[in-house]
Design a protein around this ligand. Structure first.
Ligand code: NDP
Length: 598
């Protein structure tokens, strides 16, 4: 809640932010990282589900979807509701879940309230157990959706698509995989997620380490003991553990390892901003009193409204995400009407942000204190990096066995046979946990692991060489019957990512149902509709994340920005709610303006 804070010297703060950012800039940018699956494939294997051999598949389905995370599940659910019975998900993991399949590290939990984050709560009748559900419950929910909508029978797990090719004569997609499959599908959808290619810091000596090491998305419970449900990791009781990285993942991992390891060293390059979490169990009576037909959509839309500068009646979620929106609105309300210009609102945003970040820094000082408390203070604007929320992370640094190794923006120097070198000192450890994140700055096709060949042999990688081009973020001209289920050029809503996916699923089902009912063979946006949509999007303020004035990270391509392509990673000029209202009307109109059916 807004408090009367001491006056903040804006210019001094801007200078401090710039100094801290400059310390962290590196000439090698994103090239400082290496891919787990490419350079360290032995560390990339699936530790959770054994791979089962099977014969290649060569049949035909109406709809094939690449990715078995939330996107593939919600599109499957909506298509089943629309009467499409042969829907196939192709997934590289051993089960549904996507990011929630891989990320089973101790303490993993959603950072956005379960009531709006977990898709299809109304349809499945599931009541989340906590305001912020833990990963096992989210994974169970993915299985629940899979079971309820009959998505398991046709799914291909532990299977990676290698090639997608449009066959113009037969009007089908040919889907080829690393299992030798070559089946056809009338429609394809892609929901490979923004953060699915794990990366390691490209540190000298990384291959020399003689102890145990793994990435957080491949947690080795065989070594650590314990379970994703939180049972103590007894295997760590006599171990010295290093965690490299202090992003959103590490913030959730650290308290658990601090609890169970003999000794823990946390290697920090940039501190995260860690605000309070205030998690709590949800009660049945309360849940029943706030839910009814249409409740989840209403909650999701209320959350969006509370992040913007409009004036929603109430704040249903009421958490750290909506707090910033509230603070900005409070500043705007206090402004004389003539100052409510775009510049005035940006200034109010900066004031609200400064106030918020001062409180977050004060929290580190109050909880941890001393030198570590100082080093845990984040010196950048809140949305420069992923905001974090946790009630045990900072507290972990008050334990005698837990040591913060701050590197003043330089990072770990190298790995040796025995441990980790930082600030010129070697820390001998038994185990290194890389909480080093996921690849973001590369082209979509490179991250997805396959290219798409559309009409006339056109490659998606070529078509998008100068930046993404789409109609509504979902359809691409020259790539008929293809749906791209992600956030850009649509709502671009990052604080509740699944909201984007459920909304696109509604559109996919609506368009496919129309095409099937009318007996159309193809559906594709016209070149004109696609260009007009992009022109319209470019009238807006552009990408809201990723300013190169920010401290480096994946939001801004390690401080270097994404160049010309970045202009196209934008959302609706009127914000997420602008897109959701637009598309709602577009779907309701039933004319599908901009799409051509053949
Ligand atoms: P991040 O990319 O956010 O963090 C990687 C960390 O590794 C950073 O702290 C980075 O430092 C550090 N690092 C990299 N190289 C070095 C080095 N040489 N020495 C020391 N430190 C180094 O990855 P995460 O996995 O934490 O999070 C990725 C994203 O996944 C989040 O931003 C969020 O979107 C999502 N996520 C969501 C969660 C949820 O909703 N519940 C939970 C966890 C993650 P630096 O910051 O200086 O680059």
């Amino acid at each position: 809640m807004a408090t009367t804070a001491p006056a903040i010297d804006k210019d001094a703060l801007r200078r401090k932010y710039a100094e801290e950012r400059d310390k962290r800039l590196r000439a090698d940018g994103s090239a400082q990282y290496v891919r787990l699956e490419r350079e360290f494939s032995d560390l990339a294997t699936d530790p959770y589900t054994p791979r089962v051999e099977r014969d290649p598949v060569t049949d035909h389905v109406t709809f094939a979807f690449i990715g078995g995370g939330f996107a593939g599940l919600v599109v499957g659910a909506r298509l089943k509701e629309a009467g499409i019975t042969d829907y196939r998900i192709v997934e590289k993991g051993g089960d549904f879940g996507g990011t929630w399949y891989w990320n089973r590290y101790p303490g993993a939990q959603c950072d956005t309230a379960s009531m709006i984050y977990l898709p299809l709560l109304e349809e499945t009748g599931h009541m989340p157990s906590e305001k912020y559900a833990h990963a096992p419950e989210i994974r169970d929910h993915c299985s629940r959706i899979g079971r309820q909508y009959g998505l398991y029978g046709n799914a291909l797990f532990h299977t990676q698509v290698t090639d997608l090719e449009w066959d113009e004569a037969r009007k089908v997609w040919i889907v080829r995989t690393d299992r030798g499959d070559a089946f056809t599908a009338k429609y394809v959808g892609m929901g490979t997620g923004p953060l699915h290619v794990a990366k390691l810091p490209g540190l000298p000596g990384i291959e020399l380490f003689e102890g145990k090491s793994f990435h957080t998305s491949r947690w080795d419970y065989g070594y650590t003991g314990g379970t994703p449900e939180g049972d103590p990791m007894t295997g760590l009781a006599d171990k010295r553990v290093a965690i490299i990285g202090t992003g959103a993942t590490a913030v959730q991992v650290v308290p658990n390892v601090a609890r169970d390891a003999q000794e823990l060293f946390v290697f920090q390059r940039t501190p995260s901003s860690v605000d309070e979490r205030n998690n709590r169990p949800l009660e049945r009576d309360w849940f029943d009193s706030v839910t009814g037909p249409g409740w989840q959509k209403a909650w999701q839309e209320n959350f969006v409204a509370n992040l913007g500068v409009g004036f929603p009646a109430e704040d249903l979620v009421d958490d750290g995400w909506t707090d910033l929106g509230k603070r900005i609105r409070a500043q705007v309300i206090d402004m004389p009407p003539e100052q409510r210009t775009p510049e005035g609102i940006m200034a109010a945003f900066e004031d609200a942000d400064n106030e918020k970040m001062s409180e977050i820094r004060a929290r580190a000082e109050a909880i941890v204190g001393g030198e570590a408390g100082e080093k845990l203070k984040a010196w950048y604007r809140q949305l420069c990096k992923r905001p974090c929320f946790h009630d045990e992370y900072l507290q972990a640094f008050t334990r005698p066995n837990t040591h913060l190794v701050d590197t003043d923006g330089k990072g770990v120097e190298r790995i040796t046979a025995k441990g980790v070198v930082a600030n010129g000192k070697e820390y001998e450890v038994d185990c290194i946990v890389y909480a080093s994140g996921f690849e973001v700055g590369t082209d979509f096709t490179e991250r997805a692991g396959y290219d798409v060949t559309g009409r006339g042999g056109q490659k998606l990688s070529d078509y998008w060489a100068g930046g993404m081009k789409s109609f509504h973020g979902l359809h691409v001209h020259g790539f008929p019957n293809m749906f791209f289920v992600q956030q850009n050029q649509a709502a671009a809503f990052i604080a509740n990512y699944p909201h984007n996916l459920v909304d696109h699923a509604d559109t996919v089902a609506c368009v496919v149902k129309h095409a099937e009912d009318k007996g159309h063979a193809t559906v594709e946006p016209s070149a004109e509709a696609e260009s007009k949509w992009i022109e319209f999007l470019l009238t807006g303020p552009g990408a809201r994340l990723g300013s190169t004035e920010c401290t480096p990270g994946y939001y801004n391509n390690e401080g270097q920005g994404y160049g010309e392509q970045e202009r196209f990673a934008m959302g609706h000029p009127a914000g997420a709610m602008g897109f959701f209202s637009h598309i709602d009307q577009w779907r309701r109109s039933g004319t599908f303006e901009g799409l051509e059916f053949g």
